[in-house]
Design a protein around this ligand. Structure first.
Ligand SMILES: Nc1ncnc2c1ncn2[C@@H]1O[C@H](COP(=O)(O)OP(=O)(O)OP(=O)(O)O)[C@@H](O)[C@H]1O
Ligand SMILES: [Mg+2]
Length: 274
């Protein structure tokens, strides 16, 4: 990827990701004609999208356009909202996650999630990371798995001597990396992130961005962000939702930011609305 002078925003699209971006796209998640309603209100309208494996896909768009709704559809977190109804197809490795025989708990083991506000459990650092593995009945070397997840979340060196202290005593940025460690410990394939850096200061946010770049070597990352520069820096592909829950553009990130097909996307990205 390269930046061009007529780039819509003054942001460099990282060249470090060239290797990953050169990989051919293998679809891991696909939505077809996906509609989501809350009661009578439609939050997503006929969404079609194919999310590539082992890449970072950013989801951007104005508030209320359905970004979180889409993310929650992927691991069926919307099941917990009584008024929410999903129509259409959302497949993970070709299997519709809304089929009757899909177990949402098993799905969430393979599709982990990190939220906007760091939300460690009021438990030790160690127990936060071990939590999902214990639920799964993991009976292997727990210490090794906890260390591996904390290393994967770029937190090990900062906490290795205080694994028994509370996760809540960490800084906000460390707490978010702890939540990432908790999400990756059960070894999922996909990590969904809903504005994971918006509650953090720029230094902590930048650490998470670096981490996301590393995570994409091993996982498929789908990240919602309101920060255009962040989307441009860290993602391979960008999906733009606009009001009415419509996915209006989905393409390579450089293309979306430098030369979008849709005039409305250009207006949104350059801050003319939203
Ligand atoms: N639990 C809910 N019950 C009813 N309506 C909801 C619920 N959650 C979301 N909605 C509605 O669905 C639409 C999409 O909301 P969603 O939270 O997905 O937007 P978003 O793009 O994530 O917005 P933001 O950028 O503000 O987080 C909005 O109109 C919202 O009011
Ligand atoms: Mg949201």
């Amino acid at each position: 990827m390269s930046t061009s002078e007529d780039s819509l925003i003054t942001t460099e699209v990282s060249s470090e990701r060239t290797g990953r971006s050169d990989r051919p796209d293998e679809t891991v998640l696909a939505a077809r004609d996906l509609d989501v309603y809350y009661g009578d209100e439609r939050a997503l309208a006929s969404v079609d999208v194919e999310i590539p494996e082992h890449k970072v896909t950013a989801i951007i768009g104005p508030s209320g356009c359905g970004k979180s709704t889409f993310l929650r559809c992927i691991n069926r977190m919307n099941d917990q909202i009584a008024v929410c109804r999903v129509d259409g197809d959302l497949s993970f490795h070709g299997k519709n996650v809304y089929d009757d025989d899909v177990d949402p708990v098993a799905l969430r083991r393979r599709v982990g999630m990190v939220f906007q506000k760091p939300n460690p459990f009021p438990k030790s650092i160690y127990d936060n990371v071990a939590y999902g593995l214990r639920i799964q009945g993991f009976d292997g070397d727990m210490d090794a798995r906890v260390e591996e997840a904390l290393r994967g979340a770029a937190l090990w060196d900062e906490v290795k001597d205080q694994l028994d202290s509370s996760g809540l005593d960490l800084s906000g940025g460390q707490q978010q990396r702890l939540c990432i460690a908790r999400a990756i410990a059960p070894d999922p394939e996909v990590i969904l992130m809903d504005e994971p850096t918006s509650a953090l200061d720029p230094v902590a946010a930048s650490k998470i961005e670096d981490l996301i770049d590393e995570l994409a070597e091993q996982y498929t990352v789908v990240i919602v962000t309101h920060n255009m520069q962040q989307a441009a820096r860290i993602s391979d592909k960008t999906a733009v939702f606009l009001t009415g829950g419509k996915l209006v553009e989905f393409n390579e990130t450089a293309k979306v930011f430098e030369n979008p097909d849709e005039p409305r996307v250009e207006e949104y990205i350059t801050g003319k609305f939203g």
